[in-house]
Design a protein around this ligand. Structure first.
Ligand code: HEC
Ligand code: HEC
Length: 427
């Protein structure tokens, strides 16, 4: 138990402690021998102001009694508990032992709560207020220092509330990320790309993928170099979740501003981002609650089989996240509260619209908002959402002059997720 290699210090410390206590007792015994006497024959000889004499009386009995009790108490204490050098005390009490007993007791108390979560899907858990309250606490204590208390991340740490997932946003993928941890390795690619001019050109090409600020002449020159990046980021730059290579077409960069110099720096120096593994720290139930908490923060992607079936508008709009639905030739884009991110599967839903434009029709795009919040802000949001959808259409090859942005007469379409939409129709 002792931190020292020899016993000497333990004996030394114990000796001083015991000698101190015994010394106190001896002093008490010694000073108790003098008897209280009358005030004349027991003065020290010190006199002040002609009348004030200093007496040499013994300590009061009650005070001595208390003092002896403290000494006896400390001897008993030192026999029962650790305190004398490396002697562990007859009760073998330790701080870690007490801590572990308290943790065990705490776990026993929450066990019934977690038992109620057993067998629930991640989606069901994400709608359970009790599970989400626990998830919030777990997140604040373990994840917020990196991902931020609002889970929106910061430089070097991804935002967990958007639908831009490096490692995938289905419940299974998020669970895997949290449980096993992730390591994203981008090796320095400078040598493979060429001169610093080549790197700049390529960086401009990468910026052009998300339509960020770039020099289009350089971007064209750099395009052919992207083949060395395609192995990980994909030929279209949309990333590879199995490798943790991020999507470069969305203008979301966790390591720096969306500018050419940041991309050039990434190409030259690479990076290794590490998300720690949490398997050993949490119980399986806690890992499920954390997964549900992250998944339910707005960016979660539906589990694979459910995504294949075209969702009905009401169902698609029920969760607070971006989604798309097609009904009667009108494509409705739903949005998460306060956001203008277009759902990931938008392209599929727009296939009919694209075909219609090819056949000579025009597209009309109108944005609606729900009635909560500031009206001016809502109007701006409706516009941003309409723009986001327009960009999506342009990305699918529809010319801008075929897209008609039309402000609806009444952009406030009532309450709820159904109202937060952009409608796309052929005219
Ligand atoms: C020490 C800092 C740190 C802590 C603590 C941390 N993370 Fe992370 N996390 C990261 C980093 C860095 C990444 C990005 C890894 C990469 O480069 O792809 C990440 C990625 C993730 C991702 C994947 C995001 C995506 O786009 O696919 C999820 C989900 C996640 N973290 C959840 C959590 C949860 C839940 C906790 C708490 C249990 C947590 N993290 C705690 C640093 C941290
Ligand atoms: C070996 C696979 C691999 C190759 C090849 C690769 N990357 Fe990456 N790249 C990654 C990974 C993994 C990350 C994420 C690193 C992290 O999170 O720490 C990344 C991150 C990036 C980022 C940063 C994104 C951000 O959020 O800030 C940029 C930009 C980038 N890569 C561009 C490129 C370009 C351009 C090339 C071609 C020269 C390239 N990458 C080649 C795997 C690769």
């Amino acid at each position: 138990m002792s931190d020292f290699t020899s016993n000497f210090w333990s004996v030394y410390v114990a000796g001083i402690t015991l000698a101190g206590i015994l010394g106190c007792l001896a002093l008490l015994w010694f000073s108790g021998k003098t008897k209280a006497m009358t005030h004349t024959d027991n003065t020290t000889g010190h006199v002040w102001d002609g009348d004030l004499r200093e007496m040499n009386n013994p300590l009061p009995r009650w005070w001595v009694g208390l003092f002896i009790i403290t000494c006896v108490f400390s001897l008993i204490y030192l026999y029962l508990y650790p305190g004398l050098g490396s002697y562990q005390g007859s009760l073998k009490w330790t701080q870690t032992g007490q801590f572990e007993r308290e943790v065990e007791r705490g776990n026993e108390q929450v066990a019934p709560i977690y038992a109620g979560f057993a067998g629930k899907s991640i989606e069901a858990l994400s709608k359970d207020p009790q599970a989400m309250a626990i998830g919030d606490r777990l997140f604040m204590n373990n994840c917020a220092q990196c991902h931020g208390s609002d889970a929106r991340g910061s430089k070097g740490f991804p935002n967990l509330t958007d639908d831009n997932w490096t490692w995938g946003g289905t419940p299974e993928q998020i669970h895997e990320t949290i449980t096993k941890g992730r390591m994203a390795i981008m090796t320095p690619m400078g040598a493979a790309v060429g001169s610093s001019d080549d790197i700049r050109n390529l960086a401009n090409y990468v910026m052009s993928l998300s339509n960020g600020p770039h020099d289009s002449v350089r971007a064209n020159l750099g395009k052919s170099k992207f083949t060395v990046c395609a192995a990980c980021h994909g030929a279209d730059g949309k990333g590879n979740q199995a490798l943790g290579a991020p999507n470069l077409t969305r203008g979301i960069f966790i390591y720096g501003p969306a500018v050419e110099s940041h991309v050039a720096d990434m190409i030259a120096n690479g990076r290794t981002g590490v998300m720690p593994a949490w398997e050993s720290k949490f119980t399986p139930e806690q890992l499920n609650v954390l997964t549900a908490y992250v998944w339910g923060r707005g960016g979660g992607v539906a589990p694979a089989p459910a995504a294949a079936a075209p969702a009905a508008p009401a169902a698609a709009a029920s969760a607070d996240r971006a989604s798309v639905a097609v009904e009667g030739g009108v494509v409705s884009f739903f949005f998460a509260t306060g956001k203008s991110d277009v759902a990931a599967d938008a392209d599929k839903a727009l296939a009919e619209v694209v075909a219609g434009v090819k056949a000579g029709k025009k597209v009309q795009v109108s944005g609606f908002v729900d009635s909560t919040g500031d009206a001016a802000q809502n109007a701006e949001l409706a516009k941003q959402r309409a723009f986001a959808v327009r960009d999506q259409l342009k990305a699918l090859g529809i010319a801008e002059d075929k897209i008609d942005l039309k402000e609806p007469k009444n952009i406030d379409a009532g309450a709820g997720a159904q109202a937060r939409r952009v409608e796309v129709s052929l005219v």
